[in-house]
Design a binder for this molecule. Sequence first.
Ligand code: ATP
Ligand code: MG
Length: 558
Amino acid sequence: MENENKPATSSNFIKNIIVEDLKNGKVDTIITRFPPEPNGYLHIGHAKSIVLNFELAKEFNGKTNLRFDDTNPVKEDIEFVESIKEDVKWLGFEWDGLFFASDYFEEMYNRAVLLIKKGKAYVDDLTAEEFRQIRGTLTEPGKESPYRSRSVEENLDLFERMRKGEFRDGEKVLRAKIDMSSPNITMRDPVIYRIAHAHHHNTGDQWCIYPMYDFAHPLEDAIEGITHSICTLEFEDHRPLYDWVIAECEMESVPRQYEFARLNLTNTVMSKRKLKQLVEEGHVDGWDDPRMPTVSGLRRRGYTPEAIRTFCREIGVARANSTVESSYLEHFIREDLKLKAPRTMGVVRPLKLVITNYPEGQVEWLDAEINPENEEMGMRQIPFSREIYIEQDDFMENPPAKYFRLFPGNEVRLKHAYFVKCTDVIKDENGNVTEIHCTYDPETKSGSGFTGRKVKGTIHWVDATHAVPAEFRLYEPLILDDQEDKDEEKTFLDLINPNSLEILHGFVEPNMSEAKAHDKFQFFRHGYFNVDPKHTTKDHLVFNLIASLKSSFDPKKK
Ligand code: ATP
Ligand code: MG
């Protein structure tokens, strides 16, 4: 990876803004933040935001905070806090400050009181439904709530009593008093505090009122001195409110919000709500199921931080929403593992092959390169003897035309070993092939320079007496069609691919008995595999398919 560990070099509109801001002396040091809500595990979309925020700051000698935007007590949990920290570190980033929005609750409360005192906020008794009725539409202005004209004193008193817990959830809210006829609906007196008698993972039962995102987020940014607050495009309409909160709350530091297009990927879902549903309803084996687009799922699948970072850089930062092919992500793990992953042979659907003219009890140790594309990795030795396993697919009793693998009378090359010719087919009483018999030609040993004749097929194999049993988990996309950006949300479960996981039991080379969790290999003719960290034990090896060898990604189509 030649561009590894170097920050993004390609230019993007946010970077251009930063360059200008530094040049004009608008800011001295840029400070960015990654602000996840701890209500789920991070996914590849978050990775895009992480790479952008951390690498921009790094490139300009700035800082990046990791801030948990934990203003919604009901859905948040410490388990998510821990997993997010782990994932950010694993992706290769170190935060400067680690903060919790909930640590600023007192300050936020004081700023809300300031708004009330300035006549810029009021306590409203309308229910959410009643307010919706008067809020107006894109084409019609809204009407004012009858509680909008409450006096400052009354508002101060009610807000304090909201804090003390005198009211039930939903009974009252605090609203910013802005403009009920604004063409931007976000500016029509948005709720800035709500009542929720709920236990909070950080503040416990200290609070029963919680600030809304649109009020809390700009304050969090200002408190931390964030200079460039980068978020996704849905928040573009919220920017005037962001600026209003900063100005009216009289924050000293003035952050600016910039929006970029969120990452959408084909053949998966990316909202935390949907991912959570997949986990809770048992459609997958946890948040880190290798089919999930979560960072922990990608890690368990066998993705490397390098591949994910390169992908995030290459997709770029735009202001128009688009959907990226998931095969594009795969392209980067192949590129990363090409030179790193040892080559090996594994048989996923075994068929016994007996070499009838090979001496019984004899074992040869054959030399093979660990990675022909990276000679520095050296050589390995593979045992070879009279009985081996080959792939069921590599034998056909009655093959179609152009089938160049084994069939009665045909000769193929065994990778790293000899030519073998099929002489007999052994079947059980039901007519199923249980074993095939071959003869080998000792002259044809790999590396011997044999040029006597050629064969069209080369197949892989594993020596039967030394083979280590292994489980292979083959994956296909979790979602059959791309559901993001469509409004038939309820049907994404109907689009789950019933064949997204196939479990097979086969054999691998004997040196694999030393493989450890997360070791990655390229199995000849199959693809890249990762040793599964969750299900592998000392006596039971489990391999996750990371990516097959063939790419369906067409670089021209990107
Ligand atoms: P979700 O809708 O999946 O729950 P979210 O936006 O609510 O995601 P947050 O935890 O609030 O999740 O996100 C933290 C940061 O990650 C935000 O700055 C958000 O803009 C960014 N982010 C989330 N999803 C994506 C995505 N698909 N592409 C790019 N950035 C994203
Ligand atoms: Mg969010």
